[in-house]
Design a protein around this ligand. Structure first.
Ligand code: BGC
Length: 278
């Protein structure tokens, strides 16, 4: 059985194409060991997905004291997914936490995928240590959002489903639409502009952070988007969901606390890593 320091927790990201996991060093926000990925089974039923999650956990052979956090592409209210947009419909109304706990035989923390990614960006990434109201928007198959106020997550915002001009916003502006319709960056940015203008009018955040796989090409579309608040690309990219779920799980299990001293050590580490161009 793998022995990890008490500052390590395990994060799992459940996505439409892959289910990925890694132990995370919460003092650095980096993977403690390389990530492992298994293709998402199709159809992505609760049974098939929970069995895949179990394979992932077995792969790392993690001890019983290591907290496990799982992120999921749906709102998660006390463990339950009341609706699901982009995975098998049989998840609707299911208690995802109970299902995973039964499958793994141990407690887990389950949170929304955008919440996990946003929370990681605020504590280790692009919005590190920024106070005020921050909205993280993940552009992928759908649009996910995280609302964070002074470092505290307000979960399950689902602002990717805002109705704009009679459409569900994610059906017009998600990265999957950009790819499927073969839009130019400029055309896609126009759709994103409409979305961000509306979001800003409603919520007036201090900062927007844009994540999801496409954020690594943010220089191609963010310059075309104008908002009153600064709008910046995410920093952690495809590790954010895993890092954020691991952090939430450790906080919930009480094995890790972001004290001012801990935050200072993380900040010093991250600043050094950035300076070295990592
Ligand atoms: C879901 C959200 C999720 C987002 C990104 C949306 O369709 O409703 O819960 O965060 O996609 O996966």
């Amino acid at each position: 059985m793998a022995d990890y320091p008490s500052t390590v927790a395990f994060g799992i990201d459940i996505g439409g194409s892959g289910i990925k996991g890694a132990p995370v060093d919460l003092m650095t926000g980096e993977f403690y060991a390389p990530r492992f990925r298994i293709a998402t089974p199709h159809p992505a039923t609760p049974r098939a997905v929970s069995e895949t999650v179990a394979r992932l956990v077995e792969h790392f052979d993690i001890g019983p004291d290591v907290p496990i956090g799982i992120d999921f592409p749906a709102p998660i209210i006390h463990g339950v997914a009341p609706m699901i947009a982009n995975l098998d419909k049989s998840w609707t109304g299911l208690n995802v936490r109970d299902l995973m706990e039964k499958q793994l035989g141990r407690p887990v923390t389950v949170i929304n995928d955008a919440d996990a990614a946003g929370y990681a960006e605020v504590h280790y990434g692009a919005a590190e240590d920024r106070d005020g109201q921050i909205i993280v928007v993940t552009l992928g198959t759908g649009i996910g959002t995280a609302l964070i106020m002074n470092g505290v997550l307000v979960p399950n915002t689902e602002l990717g489903h805002l109705e704009i001009d009679g459409h569900d916003a994610e059906s017009r502006a998600a990265a999957s639409v950009f790819e499927r319709k073969n839009l130019s960056y400029r055309k896609w940015a126009k759709r994103l502009q409409r979305y961000f203008t509306h979001l800003e009018m409603l919520l007036n955040p201090d900062l927007f952070v844009v994540g999801g796989g496409v954020s690594k090409r943010a220089d191609k579309f963010l310059p075309f988007i104008t908002t009153r608040a600064p709008i910046i690309p995410a920093e952690l990219r495809n590790t954010a969901g895993i890092v954020g779920s691991a952090l939430r799980a450790a906080q919930e299990a009480g094995t890790f606390t972001l004290t001012p001293q801990v935050k200072q050590r993380i900040r010093t580490y991250r600043d050094d890593a950035r300076a070295k161009g990592e």
